[in-house]
Structures are given as structure tokens and as C-alpha cells.
Design a protein around this ligand. Structure first.
Ligand code: COA
Length: 221
């Protein structure tokens, strides 16, 4: 059993803890040590049966443990990239966690630190980068490429050959037409139908998706 630390004790971190339990139920793999979170009010708490051990610096000290960074929201979807930069850990310290109910084809690849929640499907030759968050029931089809630090919320469906740029956020239930690009650090609103390329650092939403506003400026800071 390999020791594992989950950075973040919010919704995504708690979902990932349940994913770890599901992996262990299928085959004992991870010794889940607990969550790390920089909110001192959470220290010493137990969330869904898993302890919050302390701040995120503990991930650097516990060099025997593997780590996943499970933070981020539509309001601040750059936080995962900032945390990884701050920790400065080598890629081999990060775990890749895939729910046992996900279907990952032999020709698909998933990078370090990435999380794939339940019932997601990667059909053929899908490339998922590092520290990508893939929520439940996402469908990625042939030749899709998902950049580092991207987030795909629940129920997203990408047609073939779609590229999601680094740090982008695709909202729940969005559909993206084949071969299109979602630009880096852009956000696609929930329920959108994307029928044109979305440029970098913009928020688009609607059916069909249209420009709403520039993306938040603090994504990379
Ligand atoms: C797109 C989004 C970021 C916009 O949020 P916002 O900047 O606070 O914008 P507002 O709610 O003020 O809406 C701005 C305009 O966009 C429209 N709009 C917002 N979200 C929309 C959506 N998903 N689809 C269609 N139109 C949308 C609003 O109706 C409004 O239009 P108007 O100016 O004509 O009245 C947000 O609605 C969204 O979809 N976030 C993703 C949520 C998600 O997927 N969560 C999953 C968590 S796991």
C-alpha cells in the first residue's frame, strides 16, 4: 500500500477520497493518510471519515507519500496550477487516480496528478495531461487532447479531435463539436453547445456558445 495525501478538503478533495476508497475496494492500493488544507479551521477535523492532517507544506515533508492536488472551482480554476507551482514537487511524487468504473482505452494516456471520477469514458487515443480534473460521466472521444491543469465538469462531452487548452474549465454538461479548440484558461459555461473555437482567456456560454466576458486575470498569479 502506497501512502497518499490529498491536497484540499473541499468538494473535489472529498470526492477524490471516495474514489480512493473505490480503488481500494477493487484492489488494495493506497494507504490514504488524509487531506492537507491551508485553512487552519479545518485542521484536526475529520471529513467523510478522513482526517485533515494540516497545511499543504506537509506534502513536501512527507516525501514517502504520493500526492494529488484536488482544489479549484469555476470562480478560481487556476488554483490547482498555482498550488503545484508552489509545492515544486517532481512529477513522480504525483499519483494518477482513475475510478474503477471509468473506461480508459488502451490507446489513451493520462498524466501525473490527474483525477478521473466515476463513469467517465476515454474512447480511443485520448491524451490527458498532468493535474487534469475529470468529473463524473465525462465522455472523451477519439483523438481528444486535454491540456495540463484543465477541468472537465460532470457530463462534459467532447466530439473527436477536440483540444482543450492548458488550464481551461469546461462547465457541467457542455458539448463541444469535433476538432474545435477551447483556448488556454478559457471557461465554457454549463450546458453550452460550442460550435466555434473559443479563444484563450475568455468566458463563453450558451447555445450556441458566445463570448460572455474575459476570463479572470488572476489565473496564473
Ligand atoms: C458561464 C458562467 C461562468 C458565467 O457566470 P458569471 O460570469 O457570474 O455570469 P452571469 O451569471 O452574470 O451571466 C452573464 C450572462 O451570461 C449568461 N449565462 C451565464 N451562464 C450561462 C450558461 N451556462 N449558459 C447560457 N448563458 C449563460 C447569463 O444569462 C447572462 O446573460 P445576460 O447578460 O444576457 O443577462 C457560469 O454561469 C457557469 O456556467 N459556470 C460553470 C458552472 C459549472 O459548470 N459548475 C460545475 C461545478 S462541478
Amino acid at each position: 500500500m502506497t501512502p497518499l495525501l490529498i491536497i484540499g478538503a473541499g468538494g473535489f478533495g472529498r470526492e477524490t477520497a471516495q474514489l480512493v476508497h473505490a480503488i481500494n475496494d477493487a484492489e488494495p492500493t493506497w494507504e490514504l493518510l488524509g487531506h492537507l488544507d491551508d485553512d487552519p479551521r479545518k485542521h484536526g477535523a475529520v471529513v467523510d471519515g478522513v482526517p485533515v492532517l494540516g497545511g499543504t507544506a506537509e506534502a513536501v515533508r512527507r516525501d514517502d507519500a504520493r500526492v494529488v492536488v484536488c482544489i479549484g472551482s469555476p470562480r478560481d480554476y487556476g488554483s490547482r496550477a498555482r498550488m503545484v507551482a508552489r509545492l515544486g514537487l517532481p512529477p513522480d511524487r504525483y499519483a494518477t487516480l482513475v475510478h474503477p468504473s471509468a473506461s480508459v482505452s488502451r490507446t489513451s494516456r493520462i498524466g501525473p496528478g490527474s483525477i478521473v471520477l466515476a463513469q467517465t469514458v476515454l474512447t480511443a487515443a485520448v491524451t490527458v495531461g498532468a493535474h487534469v480534473a475529470i468529473m463524473p460521466h465525462v465522455t472523451l472521444t477519439h483523438d481528444d487532447v486535454v491540456g495540463d491543469f484543465a477541468t472537465l465538469a460532470s457530463g462534459v462531452r467532447l466530439a473527436g479531435g477536440v483540444r482543450v487548452g492548458p488550464g481551461a474549465y469546461v462547465g457541467a454538461g457542455a458539448l463541444v463539436r469535433e476538432t474545435l479548440t477551447i483556448g488556454s484558461h478559457s471557461l465554457v459555461g454549463m450546458g453550452s453547445v460550442v460550435i466555434r473555437d473559443v479563444p484563450p482567456e475568455q468566458v463563453w456560454a450558451g447555445v450556441p456558445a458566445r463570448f460572455i466576458r474575459p476570463a479572470p486575470v488572476h489565473l496564473e498569479s
